[in-house]
Design a protein around this ligand. Structure first.
Ligand SMILES: [Zn+2]
Length: 240
């Protein structure tokens, strides 16, 4: 069993042409993930800095190949890079449509999209297709099976004391008989545990500083318990 790698970014995993690179996953700062196969290029949770990281790492040719963006939830450290990414694709005069999958009810993505269309709508070279996810039904994109699943993420409510549940999900990507399970942000979730089990790679957040924080995130202990049921796992989103 490979030991979890807590802090060193980027984190990279590859099996044949199934490849994932986590550029960053720092709570309250940014997440940014690229997933590719010989047939696909996806971005998962484009937080702040994703465009800089992709441009430096893979360049405009690969950025133009990205067909879909997957959003686990609307917190700024998971969507902060959406605006610049969408703008850059238009600067590159992208022609093919871009789909954005996100949990139904995620107001941040809809708000970014509406504001973006207002500012750049007339000159946009490509169409953006919003795909609110309403069920856990799997779908296939170029030989990649994608299964969304709901998790249990929360944020502090207006009183700053009690927390409220927000639309949040993870995604399981299966390609060529191998699977990567990304849980997004979540407190301990049986649904995540079920989807992570037996996956080739589980990417599990461990964002709780202590037991008190575990209503919003998982402790390292909780996250490791889930990770150990996969063939390999990364613990991400670990506070400094
Ligand atoms: Zn979050």
């Amino acid at each position: 069993m490979k030991q979890p790698n807590l802090h060193k970014y980027p984190l990279i995993w590859r099996k044949d042409d199934f490849f994932i690179k986590i550029y960053c996953s720092i709570p309250n700062v940014a997440t940014g993930i690229l997933l590719t196969t010989s047939k696909n290029a996806f971005i998962i949770d484009p937080g702040d800095g994703i465009l800089r990281d992709l441009n430096q790492d893979v360049g405009p040719e690969i950025i133009l190949l990205v067909s879909d963006i997957f959003i686990s939830h609307g917190h700024h450290d998971h969507v902060g890079g959406v605006w610049s990414l969408l703008t850059y694709l238009s600067v590159l005069r992208r022609k093919s449509p871009l789909s954005i999958y996100f949990p139904q009810g995620c107001v941040e993505i809809v708000s970014i999209y509406n504001a973006f269309k207002k500012v750049y709508g007339k000159e946009l070279s490509y169409s953006i297709i919003l795909k609110p996810v309403t069920s856990e039904k799997s779908f296939v994109k170029n030989s990649m099976k994608i299964k969304p699943f709901s998790v249990n993420h929360r944020e502090l409510g207006p009183d700053g004391i009690t927390s409220i549940r927000i639309p949040s999900m993870g995604f399981k990507f299966t390609y060529d008989g191998k699977s990567i399970c990304y849980g997004g942000d979540t407190a301990y979730s049986e649904n995540l545990a079920k989807n992570a089990r037996f996956s080739d790679l589980a990417i599990i957040e461990a964002g709780a500083k202590d037991e008190l924080g575990s209503e919003l995130h998982m402790t390292v202990e909780q996250a490791s318990k889930i990770g150990l049921t996969a063939k390999e796992y990364f613990l991400v989103h670990v506070p400094d």
